[in-house]
Design a protein around this ligand. Structure first.
Ligand SMILES: [Ca+2]
Ligand SMILES: [Zn+2]
Length: 634
């Protein structure tokens, strides 16, 4: 066959066109994929983050335009201080330390309705050798710079770096969200789930990020329509717990630390006796008011003695209990923690063992929870020590008929330094609420005003453990702080929250201390707006309410047809005195077919409804569903 140059040229041209088209299409697809993955694409998805290079601002230790909540966020790296890490070759990365802390990016201009994404890299060189987690929170602002919405990603793993086993790669932190209609700018907060030190580097923001949409955390559901579940039983507006740190001479008193203990320089035996006396005085204090309190006990509180010379937790030596960490001597760096046990009984050594006091406390209805077995410093102990401590506490508690701990008060308010691994141990050990958390800024989940009044007094989920562990705010009650305590309670009412009023039992023994406590207890017990209960019960209530399901059964209510609401309690806690806020035009109400009585002149105690307050109250046991019928005036 003859060779036709025309045909061949046409073919060649066609082939070239096709391959160019395929190439262009391929490039387009490739670019689309990159945009979806939040990668940089010239012109299409340029860098949006101002100072993504983390260029340092003079003298602040921070990159220009970047913000932090508290100290503990600063530039580190080979080119900064010869320490720390760097991923992208410029010699610096941003350190983030503290569970209450965050890094906040400079703001990025956005168009409403468009999707934006953020990517960055993280690792931790945790002192406790624990990997950790972090999340991103997108904060949207209107043109005036007012926040108009927030959206969080799921918690994402942050890999552990150790000198022996450095990880191959840093962990990627990423997420994307669509800008809401009012939004004109965006800043991204990076938040940690523990006090393990994190380094952040190679952070970028782009348009796009479709492929990252699945990393969004489910948004919180806000029920605003009536009927709506009231926050506390019987429609009360706030909850108050009276709690005590209660320790024998062995629990903390001989292990004095000058920081976080106002009586560190007093004789540990005399203090142990006063801790004991504080049980008698507080039982008398609460009895007339029917108030039930929480006693956070250390392990030796459960012992009637130790004639058997039992050894607990493997007779540990806590090398971290050193002057460098605030101890007044270096004694505990050489001596086992329980070495001073006199091996006597509560009769021969009443300051050392309180096993005889458990029964009277329980008989009076009070709650006994964990102040740790050993009175360890939580942020300095490792996860294995935590596990041994929780196990030992539950063991000796069981010997006195006390249930495993579900709530824990940190000795010395020493939560600063808690690793994600230690929190895992607490969670797996059944701890559902914690208090006495660190008040150092970067670890402090409950900021206060200058007088020490907690600004947002309500239990909140521990970051990274939403739905699992509640962190509850406390207020240290001393005779000088009575009027502040009353202010704190008012603040809890306004917040619809809770406050834990606390001291050591040794601090409720003098006539002056008792007068102060009496004033507050009387005030609280008579205040119909307040629910007074042990802290563990308050936390269990809040956790149960978070899982409560309220469904409107589709009907067209009129004068004859009721509105039907199904309320389900899928949790393990009974909800006695569950209350519903009702529509103002409610005429009648029935629960599971039984009409609730009107209580025109009473506060809504127990079953019934109170039209003046717009509240209906009934009990909903664990695992039960109630069908509530409301007849409304049209
Ligand atoms: Ca870098
Ligand atoms: Zn203590």
């Amino acid at each position: 066959m003859a060779f036709d140059p025309m045909v061949s040229r046409r073919l060649l041209l066609g082939a070239t066109m096709v391959s160019l088209l395929v190439g262009a299409l391929g490039a387009l697809l490739y670019a689309q994929q990159r945009v979806a993955a939040c990668a940089f694409v010239p012109l299409v998805a340029p860098e949006l983050l101002p100072n993504a290079a983390l260029a340092p601002a003079a003298a602040t230790g921070m990159p220009i335009g970047w913000q932090r909540r508290a100290g503990g966020v600063e530039l580190r790296g080979p080119a900064v201080d010869g320490q720390g890490f760097d991923l992208d070759g410029d010699g610096r990365a941003l350190q983030l330390l503290g569970i209450a802390n965050y890094v906040k990016t400079p703001s990025v201009a956005v168009q409403p309705g468009a999707r934006y994404c953020f990517t960055g890299f993280a690792l931790t060189d945790s002192e406790q050798r624990s990997p950790t987690r972090a999340r991103l929170v997108f904060v949207w602002y209107d043109p005036s710079g007012t926040p108009v919405g927030e959206a969080a990603t799921l918690w994402q793993p942050v890999t552990l770096w150790t000198p022996e086993a450095p990880p191959r790669d840093w962990s990627r932190l990423q997420g994307s969200f669509v800008a809401p209609p009012e939004a004109r700018s965006l800043a991204v907060r990076i938040e940690p789930a523990s006090d393990d030190r994190i380094y952040l580097d190679a952070m970028h923001a782009h348009r796009g990020g479709n492929a990252l949409a699945g990393l969004a955390a489910p948004p919180p559901t806000l029920a605003t329509d009536l009927p709506r579940v009231a926050r506390w039983p019987l429609g009360r507006q706030a909850a108050v717990a009276f709690t005590f740190d209660w320790e024998t001479t062995m629990g903390g008193l001989i292990h004095s630390r000058s920081v976080g203990d106002p009586n560190y320089d007093k004789d540990p035996e005399a203090r142990g006796l006063r801790m004991r006396e504080g049980i008698t005085t507080t039982l008398q204090l609460f009895q007339p008011y029917g108030v039930r309190a929480t006693y956070y006990a250390t392990g030796y509180n459960f012992l009637l003695g130790n004639l058997e010379r039992r050894r607990f937790m493997g007779d540990p030596l806590f090398a971290w209990a050193s002057p460098a960490n605030g101890w007044i001597t270096d004694r505990w760096t050489q001596r086992p923690w329980f070495a001073d046990d006199p091996f006597g009984t509560y009769r021969s050594h009443p300051a050392w063992y309180f096993g005889d006091l458990i029964r009277p406390l329980r008989d009076a209805g009070h709650e006994i929870q964990s102040h740790t077995f050993s009175h360890l410093y939580g942020g300095l102990a490792d996860a294995a020590t935590w596990a041994a401590d929780l196990q030992a506490w539950n063991q000796v508690a069981a010997e006195r008929g006390v249930a495993p701990a579900t709530s824990l008060a940190f000795p010395w308010s020493g939560s600063a330094g808690m690793s994600d691994a230690s929190w895992d141990v607490l969670e797996q050990g059944g701890i559902r609420s914690v208090t006495r958390l660190s008040n150092q800024m970067q670890y402090n989940l409950f900021p206060t005003d200058s007088d020490g009044v907690v600004l947002e007094p309500r239990c909140r989920w521990l970051p990274g453990r939403e739905g699992r562990i509640l962190a509850c705010p406390d207020f240290y009650l001393t005779p000088e702080r009575v009027s502040l305590a009353l202010r704190q309670i008012e603040r809890a009412v306004v917040a619809g929250g809770m406050i834990d009023l606390w001291a050591h039992t040794e601090e409720v023994t003098s006539p002056e201390q008792l007068r102060a406590w009496e004033r507050v207890v009387q005030r609280v017990a008579r205040d119909q707006r307040l629910w007074v209960a042990p802290l563990g019960e308050i936390a269990a209530w809040q956790a149960a309410l978070a899982t409560l399901k309220v469904e409107l059964v589709a009907t067209e209510p009129d004068a004859a047809q009721p509105l039907i609401v199904r309320v389900t309690n899928p949790g393990a806690s009974d909800l006695a005195g569950l209350s519903l806020h009702l529509p103002a035009n409610t005429r009648r109400i029935a629960v599971n077919g039984e009409e609730l009585a009107r209580q025109e002149w009473l506060h809504p105690r127990g079953q019934g409804w109170w039209p003046a307050a717009g509240l209906a109250t009934f009990d909903l046991a664990a695992g039960q569903t109630a069908e509530v019928q409301l007849w409304l005036t049209p």
